[in-house]
Design a protein around this ligand. Sequence first.
Ligand code: F6P
Length: 349
Amino acid sequence: MGRKIGILTGGGDAPGLNAVIRAVVKYGVGQKGWSLLGIEDSFNGLLCDPYRVVPLSMQQAKGLLPRGGTVLGTTNRADPFNWPKTGENRSGELAAAVQKLGLEGLITLGGDGTQAMAWRLMQERGIPVVGVPKTIDNDLGATDLCFGFQSAVDCVTDALDRLHTTAESHDRVLLLEVMGRDAGWIALHGGIAGGADVVVIPEIPWTPEGICRKIQERAAVGRPFSLIVVAEGARPVGEKIIPGKAAERVAEAIRARLPELDLRTTVLGHLQRGGSPVAFDRVLATRFGVRAVDLVEAGRWGELVRLRNGKVEGVPLPEAIAVYKTVDPNGELVQTARSVGINFGDTTR
Ligand code: F6P
């Protein structure tokens, strides 16, 4: 008899999740003869009565490659060790569900939160897991890249291209707030690709003087419009983040100094997470899905799939979840951006 494996998606969604599921179905079910059970809404699907699970056959893989979101549903409120509202530890119930359904193990698609829970389930409840990393923020240190990131960057680039033409027509300063609570990767890549003039990221606190200087320098050479990308986790020097107010704060600071400017703010929000994955993410997601099947086949439970130096490989989960990846303020990418005139809102350079 073939293996019986469960698969779930946890945390925020990302373009490419369905492409991973498709790859696991095509390779695991289609070629290795697995029976695969999709678990709905992260671990929640195993902690309800009746269970919310769906058998995934080759039929279900159809049309998944370009499809955004996750057909399994997801949530970031499904911690079996600390159940929302009640604080209960329901990991024992979860282990019982895995056993009752005859699952040999789980493939968990998710970010650091989901992978930390998965590892704990393996350690404390003996549930074998193989992780597939997911975050559009690209802030997981374990992997060089995550699927979904490139799609988000393309979305930001497209938004900046659109803002560029209207900013230039009206001589306006346009601010674009993008995702990135703790890391500025989306802002930095999107800002470079979309030709932003200022990029403010969590790793480099900004000053009003730094940002205004750039706007004024441009105006002085006949460019009376500017594009400013603001990561949602950006903050002024010496101050704390105010959730949901990143771009607004920058706008207020500019207005206070340069009240004559015509300033507008756009918050790109969940547009960055929705929709079809770009080709790069479809390929990466497919590689991750196939590698996850290989890890299960090899009995390499407790590992996470990752991309390192161009190669997709497995790495022990505890090692993988320990490292967080932020933008190096002195790194090559920031230097490259500075070299083409992008200002980070700091006064020093
Ligand atoms: O996955 C992280 C992220 O992309 C953050 O950049 C952002 O703050 C968050 O998701 C928003 O997610 P939600 O609206 O689902 O809480």
